[in-house]
Design a protein around this ligand. Sequence first.
Ligand code: SAM
Ligand code: SF4
Length: 356
Amino acid sequence: MSSVSNEKELGRNEILSFMKEENEEKLKELYKKAYKIKLDNVGDKVYYRGIIEFSNICQKNCNYCGIRKSNSDVHRFTMSEEEILESAKWSYENSYGSLVLQSGERQDEEYIEFVTGLIEKIKKLSNGELGITLSLGEQTFETYEKWYNAGAHRYLLRIETSNKELYNKLHPADHKFETRINCLKDLKKIGYQVGTGVMIGLPEQTEEDLVDDILFFKDMDIDMIGMGPYIVSEKTPIGEIAQNSKEIKKKRFELGLKMIALTRIYLKDINIAATTALQALNPVGREAGLKAGANIIMPVITHKNYRKDYQLYDNKPCIDDNAVECKACLENRIKGVGDKIGYGEWGDSLHYKNKK
Ligand code: SAM
Ligand code: SF4
């Protein structure tokens, strides 16, 4: 493996050789380099996006997801507007600069209006100060525009994998890879800061696919990345065939860190989240993500009563905690890494700002 240089951009072959690297010392060097590039380009502040997972009702059937429509074991819920606004108020009062509204995918009028009302009311209760990211799946141009005009300014829609053949195996036939790409283009056209990402360590996914994912992020001129290891949800079609040994989980975790580090080195000024899925595989997974170049954390602020019903995968961490416990726990974790918390700040993607 060659050492990482600051002067020149990594090429595909070089990224691939790092992706396949197993030597621990060399990987430590890679993470150290990525951390330095983070400090040089986006600084040492970690920005919070408190995530409210407000409904697990979904019209889709992604073959890996625990809350897919066909999973009849799931107790379905939608938080009331009052409960969601209460969580948003908590975020504001606790100086979380931004929040994420996430749910299963729905495209009906009632849902679209519900979300529009939420965005407007969250803006109002925070005097416009809370930044709003949406993670609500595929929608029409008009819906994305409506939510943007209501006050949302970032949107997270993972491509899941940039390998179309693999994408088709992960989703039923009515999910179209092209639609996903068009949604990302629509979001950009409207003016959102656009986030995407992939699941890492999926059955049949190769290291080459992961390298192509990083190149895809660059080609699409993406502003923010939310990616994490694939984690088995047993009662799903992919969960039934996926390996789940200790070794494979370790590999998924390591690939997750390599993806963060290589994306940071390759794309430099974007925002990258250290996701909860890293912590599901390793108790200090999110800290390791920050050390490998991530600069965003998405603390779950969903009310404790609902967390157990939003299980995208088995053994999701923190389901017994509440927002106050999560806050205290995270502060200690981030302090341990040596980073600071950007309380009260939006922490927008510098990549997005630099384009303006
Ligand atoms: N429904 C919206 C969507 O699909 O974009 C937002 C919610 S969805 C649950 C958010 C993300 O969860 C998906 O983009 C997917 O990558 C991730 N996810 C679902 N099942 C997962 C699993 N078994 N392991 C890891 N991530 C998973
Ligand atoms: Fe629904 Fe999103 Fe899960 Fe797919 S990943 S089944 S769209 S919640």
